[in-house]
Structures are given as C-alpha cells and as structure tokens.
Write a protein that binds this ligand. Structure first.
Ligand code: DQA
Length: 149
C-alpha cells in the first residue's frame, strides 16, 4: 500500500479562493487537494487533507500522525508564528515534517518572518501558492524513496 502523507492546514485556509486573493490566489483548498491527490498518485503516495481553525485540534492531529502516516505537510497559517504548542507536538511526532506557505512569508509583515514550525521541519517551501503543496509532495517522495523522479 502507498505511504500516506497527512496534509494539515491551519486557520483561515478553509476560505482560500475568496480570502485576500491578491496574497493567496484564487485557488480553493479543494482544488489544491485535488491537484495533490493526482501528484501523490504519480509519486507512489496517497494524501489525506485536513483543515482546522482550532489550535488544539491541529495539535491532536499532529500527535496522531505517528499512527499510520509516513510524513506530514503543514501549513499552520497564523499559528506558524505563535504556537509553541504546535511546535512541541511536531518535535515529538516522529514523522518527517515539511512546512508550506502559499505566500512568501519573508516578503510580508515582520511578525510573519519567524516560524515556530520551522524548528521541527526538514524544509520550508513558500511563495509558490498551491503548487508549493505539490513541491512538498515531491520532497516527501524523495525522502521516503517512493520515486526516482
Ligand atoms: C500562510 C502565511 C501566514 O502568515 C498566514 O497567517 C496564513 C497563511 C500562507 O500560507 O501563506 O494564514 O501560512
């Protein structure tokens, strides 16, 4: 069976498509998920997408990732810049973590330049919109050895 990558999305990412499209683009989360499912299957992976506006729910999901998931792709939204609780969960999860942001956080407000998630992540992809999730899947496939691409 193909290894499964859990893709976790934080607050306000459920309203992608209409949320500040000049910053985040017009693509919806459902469209990003569909593109990722297609890319994952070409890479010998499967994906499971989740989104929550609640910090505690995201922490619960990260804690559960060790049960059955080969990797974690995380766009923690604003919790990226605030949540030590999420960092602690990611440090303890024993699953490789790849951090993704739609926007280039380093071109934006100063408070977005620091990421707690980065301390637990193998790498960070930002600034490529929804395509960044597909790039993260490519990285996961390389790390897990499911592709030679
Ligand atoms: C974001 C960047 C964060 O600073 C912001 O709070 C988000 C989205 C991104 O994907 O670009 O909610 O994570």
């Amino acid at each position: 069976m193909a290894p499964t990558i859990l893709v976790l999305n934080g607050p306000n990412l459920n309203i992608l498509g209409t949320r500040e499209p000049d910053v985040y683009g017009h693509e919806t989360m459902a469209e990003i998920e569909a593109a990722c499912a297609k890319r994952a299957s070409a890479l010998g992976l499967t994906v499971e997408f989740r989104q929550s506006n609640s910090e505690g729910e995201l922490v619960d999901w990260v804690q559960g990732a060790r049960n059955g998931y080969a990797g974690l792709i995380v766009n923690a939204g604003a919790y990226t810049h605030t949540s030590v609780a999420l960092l602690d969960a990611l440090l303890a999860c024993d699953v490789p973590v790849i951090e993704v942001h739609l926007s280039n956080i380093f071109q934006r407000d100063d408070f977005r330049h620091h990421s707690y998630v980065s301390k637990a992540a193998r790498g960070l992809i930002c600034g490529f919109g929804g395509f960044g999730y597909e790039m993260a899947l490519d990285a996961a496939a390389r790390m897990l050895g499911t592709t030679r691409e």
